[in-house]
Design a protein around this ligand. Sequence first.
Ligand SMILES: Cc1cc2nc3c(=O)[nH]c(=O)nc-3n(C[C@H](O)[C@H](O)[C@H](O)COP(=O)(O)OP(=O)(O)OC[C@H]3O[C@@H](n4cnc5c(N)ncnc54)[C@H](O)[C@@H]3O)c2cc1C
Length: 265
Amino acid sequence: MTSTEHIPAKIRHPLRLRRIEVAEIIPLSSTMQRIVFKGDDLHDFVTAGTDDHVKLFFPQPGSDELILPEIGADRSAVHDPRVIARDYTPRRFDEEQRELIIDFVLHEEGPATRWAAQARKGQILGMGGPKASHIVPDTLTRHLLIGDDTALPAIARTLETLPPNHRAVVLLDTRETEKSYPLFSHAWMEVHRCQKGGDETLHALLRHVVLPATDKLHVWIAAEISVVRTLRDHLVNEEAVPRAQIRAAGYWRRGDDDDTLADVN
Ligand SMILES: Cc1cc2nc3c(=O)[nH]c(=O)nc-3n(C[C@H](O)[C@H](O)[C@H](O)COP(=O)(O)OP(=O)(O)OC[C@H]3O[C@@H](n4cnc5c(N)ncnc54)[C@H](O)[C@@H]3O)c2cc1C
């Protein structure tokens, strides 16, 4: 049973559609493109949770014309086949400068990845959200953060906010390295990476690493959805981690141009 002082809070935000403009493109590696966006529309942008996500709206391939969705009474976008939307994590937001950083994984194929690879200064994207933020209470002082490249922005944000008396164990299966995507924390931090070349999976890594005690533990997992399910099931069934202490989300789906957050809890 999870005590109420350990239950994460959910804050809802007013839903706004914004136009954001590419101000700078910073290649972090051949597979990760950092894009700095600016724009007056960011004057009231709020990102309160370290794993917040926004919906980015991309133009149709070969066009710069932006097609934004209509927002229905239930705060979701009304389906329109012309709208191309994908979820991304606000990596950093500078309120004063009205600058928002988003880190795009460049993978093989997809409108978002294609757009990020060709991004040019002055181009405009649409953005909705974040709709809500998930705030983990300070009473949870142990953290197990697991993810692939798409999870790096949220993991980096989380680590940066942890105070010195917290402990974080991080398991990564990424193409990015400590050099291309450095992680920083004031907390005690231990980072384990899947061995490349040996095809080590996150599941194998999870079985080998000494995990933090479940008391005051918060687990966060994001990666390809079937990987996330396997990791979540392992933690619940083999390590007896209470489900309520795990936040697990499929950030993408193999073989599918999926544009919705898949919460696997
Ligand atoms: C809450 C949330 C936050 C996210 N934050 C980020 C973020 O900050 N940065 C980021 O880069 N991504 C992030 N993602 C993941 C991103 O939304 C997906 O990877 C998305 O599918 C990319 O869209 P696309 O148009 O490039 O490819 P799609 O059109 O969606 O997919 C095309 C093909 O590529 C495959 N594919 C999709 N993503 C990947 C991948 N990462 N690696 C390999 N193959 C893939 C699909 O299986 C499909 O076969 C986040 C997802 C969620 C749900």
